[in-house]
Design a protein around this ligand. Structure first.
Ligand code: UDX
Length: 453
């Protein structure tokens, strides 16, 4: 293959949500460290800023795109469809202007799989493009499979308990009920979104925030199906740190953790989107209180429907929590997970939280809320065997027992050993000579080849 004059600018198109912004900004940092200039194209609904951590990046906003109130009014699915519709033309304008102002120095447009409007501009200006998947490779496989099923018959299967508990053909150990359906919208909408996200159109490659030691067979499946290079270059939070919290972190919890015994604390956080019913929170509080273990609990404002924060919860809740726990609105999660006092992580199993927990060797209690989190939870319990999944209605007995299994019992100690073993493998994969590091180098080298497009 002929080598070209190397173009130096990479345009990133993130989804305006924490779980997507975090890995794409890490990717930006990783590519910047390899000598590329980074332009981040934001929609109007976006709180990513050109803070000191990203002062070397160039930021652009797509004019006329949707705002935060549009998200509230439309809900996530209609928002996504509309965003993709209306950004198509304005993103073209943005890219056109960028090309005019800076000369054609764009090596590649890397867009989040949910921002598929980007493809119209890359086609028009004949730019190379790469799809970036922020979820696991296995979740990508599931979305590809779901994109082909018939919505109505799948819905019937899911409603039948005899079927929903069965392993889905070809996706062992995932059951029908572990597949990434959504709590935020009807099955027809989710399948429609999935068929858009897994359609790689003219993208020349796919980058995934994962690594072969976690998902070798799913990565092989994707390579076979997609017929373009698939580059697993994660975990990105280990490969390239890029602080991109959209909410203010309450660091007082680190002081509190400093006073707790080694490996004794269960850290609870449900990421940036999951919601929780009051009755479940009470069962959790009672269960945690009965478990006799200290706990650090992130309760995000707005995560309890009908409440601003915890003000509508009964007095009893505050008493239960204050005896042994500490609550914050948003935590410095990486610092919490690497704190020696933390013995386990109760998580909704978002992919970033999953990678971050494995990356610190912390075993998990898995309580997925929606989408790909269910896939991750099943893998944590059955494939990597470093998690306990809580299924069905929550009750204080099960909660207390799960905490004991993880923090006190021999079973938890075994899970921790396996988690530490995986942590070491993840670290090795991003070091020189490791699979993710080589994958990342291969991606960069591919940008220099004439037939990359
Ligand atoms: C969602 C999906 O759940 C996830 O699977 C998908 O890949 C992206 O979108 P989210 O629900 O927010 O993301 O979860 P997660 O992927 O775990 O990301 C949350 C991020 O917020 C993590 O990087 C975590 O470190 C950070 N966080 C969370 C904090 O910094 N502080 C907190 O208190 C809680």
């Amino acid at each position: 293959m002929e080598e070209l004059r190397v173009k130096r600018r990479i345009v990133l198109v993130p989804v305006p949500a924490q779980g997507h912004v975090t890995p794409i900004m890490q990717l930006g940092k990783a590519l910047y460290s390899k000598g590329f200039s980074i332009t981040v194209v934001l929609t109007q609904y976006n709180r990513v800023s050109s803070s000191k951590d990203f002062s070397d990046f160039h930021f652009l906003t797509i004019p006329g795109s949707l705002t935060e109130s549009d998200l509230k009014n439309l809900g996530p699915f209609k928002f996504l469809f509309k965003l993709n519709q209306i950004c198509e033309a304005s993103f073209k304008q943005c890219i056109g202007q960028l090309l005019q102002e800076q000369g054609n120095d764009i090596a590649c447009v890397v867009y989040d799989e949910y921002m598929y409007f980007s493809q119209a501009a890359v086609k028009e200006f004949q730019l190379p493009s790469v799809l970036f998947s922020t979820t696991s490779a296995t979740a990508f496989v599931c979305r590809s499979v779901l994109a082909r099923v018939d919505a109505q018959s799948f819905l019937l299967d899911m409603k039948d308990p005899k079927v929903s508990d069965k392993v889905f053909p070809g996706l062992h150990p995932l059951r029908y009920k572990d597949l990434p359906t959504s709590a935020f919208g009807p099955i027809e909408s989710i399948l429609k979104v999935y068929s858009e996200t897994v359609n790689i159109r003219t993208a020349s490659a796919v980058i995934i925030n994962s690594t072969s030691c976690l998902e070798n067979s799913s990565l092989a499946w994707l390579r076979r199906e997609l017929q373009v290079p698939v580059y697993p270059i994660g975990p990105l939070h280990i490969a390239a740190s890029a602080p991109s919290s959209l909410l203010e972190e309450d660091r007082s919890c680190i002081e509190w953790l400093n006073k707790q015994k080694l490996g004794s604390v269960i850290y609870i956080s449900l990421g940036s989107l999951a919601l929780m019913e009051t009755k479940d929170m009470l069962e959790m509080a009672w269960g945690l209180s009965n478990s006799n273990q200290p706990f650090l609990w992130v309760i995000r404002p707005g995560s309890i429907p009908g409440s601003e924060w915890t003000e509508s919860l009964p007095e009893e809740f505050s008493r239960l929590v204050s005896e042994r726990g500490y609550i914050v609105k948003w935590a410095p999660q990486m610092d919490v997970l690497r704190h020696p006092a933390v013995g386990g992580f109760w998580s909704h199993c978002g992919w970033n939280s999953t990678l971050e927990s494995i990356g610190e060797g912390v075993p998990m209690i898995c309580r997925p809320f929606t989408g790909d989190q269910k896939v991750n939870a099943r893998y944590l319990e059955r494939v990597w065997r470093i998690g306990v999944q809580l299924e069905g209605a929550l009750d204080k007995g099960t909660v207390g027992r799960a905490v004991e299994r993880l923090i006190v019992d021999e079973e938890g100690a075994e899970m921790r050993k396996r988690a530490i073993n995986l942590k070491e493998k993840l670290e090795a994969s991003v070091r020189s000579g490791g699979s993710s590091c080589s994958s990342s180098d291969n991606f960069v080298n591919s940008l220099k080849m004439k037939n990359f497009m």
